[in-house]
Design a protein around this ligand. Sequence first.
Ligand SMILES: [Zn+2]
Length: 193
Amino acid sequence: MLPSDYWEIRNTKKKGRGLFAKKEIPKGTIIGDYLGKVIHPRDAVVDEENFYLMYYHDSAAIVPEIDKPGVHLLNHSCVPNAWLFIYKGHTLAFALRQILKGEELTIPYLLSPKDEFCKPCLHVCKCGHLRCNKTMHLSKDKYDSWRKFNDKWTKITKRERIRYGKDLPLLPIYPEKISEDYIKGVNLLFKIN
Ligand SMILES: [Zn+2]
């Protein structure tokens, strides 16, 4: 996680708590690693209260400690200023562009297309952006192209071993910045900036 002089937790009007920049965060900067307890996806319960849960990959999900500050506090936006990058199997949040002091840090939740399990759907978006899609689910086309792009980049580094029921440990070393090629690819795919 970026040192705490970079961010603060504040309450938002419609989305519960959120992370806000206390000073400028340069483009490509890693904001934090999505940490928590590793569980098998079949043991995952996703409802309004367990909304923090994050799929790690097909065989593991992460349950964060909700009382601790972390990447799990990042709210979704349809036009986010931060994004996710899979590095050695870890999900890192990073600044997709320069983030200014006072801005809320937001990521896309990149949910798979709405299916019959999402009824009633809890993933209604309230980001308030002019280009808000009103949902955190991606369309099938967008989701498929995101998967393809993400898979290609995910394979560049090898997953660290995981242990069910244990906390995901910090990596010994993190990249200094996220590659410009990756950022360009995201912008090309989602036309954010
Ligand atoms: Zn939205």
